[in-house]
Structure formats: C-alpha cells, structure tokens
Design a protein around this ligand. Structure first.
Ligand SMILES: *Cc1c(COP(=O)(O)O)cnc(C)c1O
Length: 428
C-alpha cells in the first residue's frame, strides 16, 4: 500500500486512498463522533515541542505555550505533562491552566488590557511573570500588588519596531500596533518599574507577530532587544534575569517554509552568546507552531450547488468553527478522507458553511475531485486559532474534539448541544 504524507503534517497520511492521523482512520472518527470534528495528533504536538527543546538543550530555558492558539484542556494537559509553562492573556486562561494540571509558577501573563481583578487572581495564584504593556498598567499592577502585600514579578513588553512580514492583523511588533512599549520609551519605563515597591523587575519581553516564515525579523528583533538590555542595565535598573522572545513562528499552510525551531534558535543563541548574554534565562511563547499542524477539522459535504459563476460545496463546518478564512483570508488545505482515483476534469468549488454570511467560506476555487453529498473532507492545519476562536453564531453548538495518540482516541470535548448554547439565558 502506498503511503502519501501530506506536506507539513507528518502524522497525516493517505494509506492507499484513506486518510489516517497517526494510526487512526479519520473516516472512522467522523462516523463515531460526528462532524464537524477536530482531531489532534499528540505525537505532532510533542514533535513540534521537541524541536524547541533541542534548540534549548543545555540552556536555562522555559517554553511557555501561548495557549490562546488552542486552549482545550486536553491539549494543555499534553504540554503541562511535557514540562511546558503557559503564556496566558486572561484570568480565564489561568483557570484553564490550573484545571489542566499546569504549574501557575510557569505562567506568564501577556496582554494590553489586564483588569485589576485579573491581576489579583494571577498574583494569588503565584504566576511567574506579568508581561506589562504600558506605563499605566505598571502603576495599576503596583497598586494591586501593594494592596495584597506582595510584589508582582514583571517584564516589560517592548515593541522592537521590526516588520515581521506577515498579515497586518497578526503583526504586532511595528510602530502603530497597540502592543508593547515603544522602543524609545523603554528605558524610562524600566526606571519607573524599578522605582515602584509593588513590582520586581525580572525580565524583558517582546513578541513581533504571528505566522512569521523568515528568520531575518527574529534576528533583527534580537539585536534590538539585546541593545535595550544593555541600555536598561546601564541606566541603573537591576539585572534582567530573563529574556522572553515571544512566539510567532509560522507553519506550512500552503507551501510556506518557515525556519525549523531548532535551526532558528541555533542562530539566535549564537547571537546572544556573541553579545555576552548567554547566561540569561530564555523564555519563549510559541503557540501556532506547537499545535497548528497537529490538527484537522473533519466535515461532511451537505450539498453541491453548481452555478453559472461559482460552484458551491456546502459543508457542515462553518466560520464559527473555522474563523481564519473569514478573519484573515487565510488559506487552509481541504482534502477528502477517502480519495477516489479519477482522471476526469472536475469543476472547482468554493467550500462554504451553512451560516448566513457571505464571509462564511472555508476555501475558494478548490479542486476536490469527484466530490458528492455525504462525502467527508478534512480541513488541514486546523490545530491553532480554530476551536479557540470558535463561536456559537447561528446557534451552532461548538464541534467535538478528539486527541489521537497512536491507535488510541480520547474525546477531549463533547459536542455542544443547542441547550448548552443558551443555558445562561433567561426569559423576562
Ligand atoms: C499570540 C501570542 C503568542 C503566540 O503567537 P503564535 O503566532 O501563535 O506563536 C505569543 N505571545 C503573545 C504575547 C501573543 O499574543
């Protein structure tokens, strides 16, 4: 039987004409759990993590999974057991970390709009670091920590003003983004932080964007961060114990060729060592690159609707399950679970969901072969920023999720019922 691996997704392959994730036939999963269904490969997640771990071998380093990419408890549990910390952006995410067995001391808290209540929750849980994004936030965090009779460990997220050359909605390290403290204001902001008794300055942080597929923005950002470390310490701020370099490494969606995590870090570490900062603890916050290509979304074809200008393939997954195409015109591969050998010329389809929005599309002008109603398709690279961004729009219950581990399948999220979507609502 011929084995055809799919690009970028080593655990996903056709055996003959049938698509498998690890040792599991995906059409069996769809039949057993229904569609739409997210399926994640544990081996894929761990091998993506291993690339970073190799990159940091022999170093004092902490990998904090940026859990907004996929915050399902079963996914967090895989990373917690592998020793990861977590990069969170809300107190809700902290509660998920704890529920999944993660260690709050390995949690770093990012985001421009932390509330006082969230700060209190995080301080009480004893998180590792707050990545502070403005002077105003510093002052509030100082007040909250002082009220609790404690000190908040802080690093300041600096905006290194490099262009990550990615989609504008996911570029965060340029002037004009809402994120981080401007490069020119960094030293003064650190001096202010060091003067506040409710704060303990522990590190520096940056995160320049997402789905970055080139090395140069990272190398440039590292130079700027190291320049800043020198300037901050020269200004009398106590030694920065750690350098947090954020996340953002891209994955292969459509022939993209991002650097491998270990190769990228070999270059970054060479730079850090050459400039004399090899003794600092390193932290990173990868999200997409740990989970994106570990997951697929299985969906069933409901109707074919041929037209004069367009042919539509209407499926049971929609923009509420897979928001990336509607949000960022993102491209994700769509393949059949069972291939049918076929030489005929077939029309291209726009693959769309049932939601009442023209923005509800999953793929445009796709060649799906001899597709028919009732066939099942897999939307690839669906491990990151899909389920975690999903909604109940059109009162669609969110999809079920399974974790595949060899030939074992674990249901990690039950499909939501309509009642689940409105059980907090009240009639007057
Ligand atoms: C989203 C985010 C990340 C992770 O980005 P990826 O592109 O998923 O790796 C890391 N750090 C911060 C602060 C983020 O907002």
């Amino acid at each position: 039987m011929t084995l055809t691996a799919l690009p970028g997704q080593p655990q996903l392959a056709y055996r003959g004409d049938t698509l498998f994730l690890e040792e599991v036939r995906l059409s069996d999963l769809a039949a057993r759990y229904g569609t739409p269904l997210f399926a994640y490969s544990k081996a894929s997640m761990l091998s993506a993590l291993a690339a970073y771990q190799r990159g940091f071998a022999g170093r004092d380093a902490q990998i904090c999974y940026a859990m907004k990419a996929n915050s399902s408890l079963g996914v967090l549990q895989v990373f917690a057991r592998a020793g990861c910390g977590f990069d969170i952006v809300s107190a809700g995410e902290l509660k998920r970390v704890i529920a999944a067995g993660g260690d709050p001391r390995k949690v770093i808290f990012s985001g421009v709009g932390k509330t006082r209540a969230e700060m209190r929750t995080a301080l009480e849980a004893g998180i590792g670091c707050f990545n502070v994004e403005s002077t105003a936030e510093l002052e509030v965090l100082h007040e909250v920590a002082t009220e609790l009779g404690t000190q908040a460990p802080v690093s300041i997220r600096v905006n290194p003003n490099v262009d990550p050359q990615t989609h504008p909605y996911i570029s965060t390290g340029l002037k004009g983004n809402k994120f981080g403290v401007a490069h020119e204001e960094t030293v003064a902001t650190y001096q202010r932080a060091a003067s506040l008794s409710g704060l303990r300055v522990v590190g520096i942080d940056c995160h320049i964007g997402s789905q970055i597929t080139q090395e140069s923005p990272y190398l440039d950002a590292m130079d700027r961060i190291l320049d800043l470390v020198a300037a901050i310490e020269a200004a009398g701020v106590p030694r920065l114990q750690h350098i947090d370099f954020g996340g953002g490494l891209g994955i292969d969606y459509q022939g993209d060729t991002p650097p491998a995590a270990d190769a990228l870090w070999a270059q970054l570490l060479a730079k850090i060592d050459a400039r004399g900062y090899g003794d600092r603890k390193l932290m990173i916050e990868p999200g997409r690159s740990l989970v994106g290509n570990a997951g697929v979304c299985l969906t069933e074809v409901l109707y074919l609707k041929p037209g004069e200008q367009k042919n539509f393939c209407i499926v049971d997954a929609a923009m509420n399950d897979l928001p990336r195409p509607a949000m960022y015109q993102a491209w994700q591969a769509i393949v059949p679970l069972e291939r049918t050998p076929d030489a005929a010329e077939r029309p291209a389809y726009d693959v769309v969901g049932p939601i009442c929005e023209s923005g509800d599309w999953i793929g445009r002008d796709r060649h799906l072969g001899p597709v028919q109603a009732g066939d099942r398709l897999a939307v690839l690279s669906a491990g990151a920023y899909c389920m975690s961004m999903s909604s109940n729009y059109n009162t669609r219950g969110r999809a079920a999720e399974v974790l595949v581990d060899g030939d074992q399948v674990h249901l990690i999220r039950e499909r939501e019922s309509a009642e689940d979507t409105f059980h907090k609502e009240r009639l007057v």
